[in-house]
Write a protein that binds this ligand. Sequence first.
Ligand SMILES: [Zn+2]
Length: 499
Amino acid sequence: MENENLLLKILGSIETLKKDQNELAAKFDNYKTQSNEEFKKLDERLKQSSDVKTQKYEAKDTTSKVVSDVQQSKIAPNSTKGTVTFLYPDRIVLTTYPDQFGIKPIPLKWAEFDPIARGPIVASRHPSSIKIRNAIGAYGGSYCVYRALAIAMGALDPNHRPDYRNTEPTIQIGPHRQWGIPNRIVSLDPFGHLTNSLFKSQIDQGIDIRPTIAITKAHMKLAEIENSVKSGKLRIDGNVVLNEMGELNVVKAAVEPVWYLPGVAARFGIDEGLLRRALFEDTGGMYPELITRPDLKIFLPPIGGLTVYIFGNPNYVSDPSKRLTLRVHDECNGSDVFGSDICTCRPYLIYGMEECVKEAQNGGSGVIVYFRKEGRALGEVTKYLVYNARKRATGGDTADNYFLRTDMRFQALMPDVLNWLGITKIDRMMSMSNMKHEAIVESGISISERVPIPDELIPPDSRVEIDAKIADGYFSTGKVPSKEDLSQVKGREWDDIQH
Ligand SMILES: [Zn+2]
């Protein structure tokens, strides 16, 4: 009985707090509207006044000085306080609540096949979008931080709207059946490349809606491919391989992450609330709305995206009557760009590309998907720490100890891009990863053949990694090494040469 009374008391207090908070928010909004009005009036007055009059305001009022400075010299104001007020005239909104005054997110039905019924994804904190936005986070993935710097430096207007004329995709992707299957795509917006045309009327009304996917075409040139053309391993056909320099004709798409939180949670078999709490805590509390806005289901995380490279006719990628070769590759800057020999990443990537090119030349198509997910999603710092620990281990860098150090790799979200492309089957999968294989098959795409990296392409020092992976379940057409065999597979020691 006593407990019940106490509970009722607490509930009563919460109700009062909620009421107070709503009233306070309403007052703030009134105040904001007022001050905005005043700011506009002042701006108008300054525009109409002569230079002499502007000088008069300058002496009296810092706000008008800021405005007149900017109007006259077109640069951001000098005083820090003035700059902050000028760039961000509205009060700071630390977070929002679903039942807060004026909060009315644009309806969004994820996995709705009709994009208009699905609705646009609005993540912007722009004054005209903040109350109606239906997504947490910011456009641009990790690059939102650089955009913030540009704004703070005065190089970019905080309300800047990019000019999207002539940015339309160079090829058509979709719509594909998979776009409308619940939980089939949960980590990207399948309509992300069509935003400007689908939601033009809302954009014209001033709502800040941005594309999260872009599609273009290009030529690419790689030393290994040039060698393969020169040695006759690849033939010039003038369509996929353009010339004796090994230039390749390619269509590519860049994709930024857009997460549907209930779907992402389901993919990892965890509760949505737990996922939100973990994302909030381990991004240093960066996104309070993960906690305060359970009604917002979309999150644009500040992480790297992915790139798709298509060889051959892009329409063949989703055509089940055409053959498809595919490699899904996680970024490894040290090997991919700088040729480090401790792993097989670049050799496997180039081999995958060559096989994609051959498939395209034979009337099918080839796809490389490149994820900006460095070092098994640990980042390069952790990766190098692990390298050091491996090389300094007692008995040296042996394959039986390879998995002793942290491994956070996961592939559960990876197949989303394949479903976005409309892929239903893969004829040649250029990967030995059991995790990638399982994730793809589980997402409803069949794989006919798995193609391991040929032995002659494996750098000697990376035997440790590849043998450890094969023993752990990676696909191989060769012998699976035993624990005893693994202890004999040893990487190069550091003191082989003077560093
Ligand atoms: Zn690597």
